[in-house]
Design a protein around this ligand. Sequence first.
Ligand code: HEM
Length: 211
Amino acid sequence: MRPFLQTSSLVLLALLIVPFALYAIDFGQSGLRDALPEPHYIQSENTVANVSVFVHMATGAAITALVPFQLVPAIRRRWPALHRWSGRLIIVAGVATAVGGLVYIALRGTIGGTPMDIGFSLYGVLLLGTALQTIRHARAGRFVDHNAWALRFFWLALGSWFYRVHYGLWYLATDGLWSNPQFTGGFDLVQNFAFFLPYLLGVEIYLRRRR
Ligand code: HEM
């Protein structure tokens, strides 16, 4: 029963993520083709910044959409080769997402200024670190450590989606209280960290209890 519930929850999660993944892929590929419907504030004169941010959207969409399947017990058990190959793909895409986002922040900065630069940079560094640790422990055959880092990576990979979910729910409930288009309101400032840190803390508590 437990593997069935786990699999159903992961498949449901993957379905909920699909609209955001499609939005991110479409945004990324339109940006790379210079075919955004109207010039977007994210675009700049700097080609490296443009390529970094648009590639990070496409690779980010791939990791967000694929990562739930990595945790499906039946796939890991029955098709270990598939788990390994999709895992490698997700790690490469995760590294590209984090590096792309970090390069963009370094060259261009975010719309929300320093607090958002700090929050998003921390997010990128954590995503990069957990991706590298996940594959490092898998290659060394340390599967307890691999599982722990993979779980951290999983929650971080969902972070960008959680960011939009938090905003959507907040705007539904409060009509945008403490939030503004410059991303400098109280809610915006908390959001710079709240889309990944609480989830990471939850993983640490879970891992400690399990040990
Ligand atoms: C996890 C997968 C990720 C996906 C799917 C994703 C997707 C996106 C999308 C679609 C946008 C455009 C936002 C909009 O205007 O609607 C965006 C913006 C941005 N993302 Fe990501 N992203 C991901 C991860 C990351 C990471 C890890 C970083 C940090 C290194 C990052 C940094 C940024 C930055 C700096 C912007 C521009 C913020 C601004 O100034 O408005 N993203 N992302």
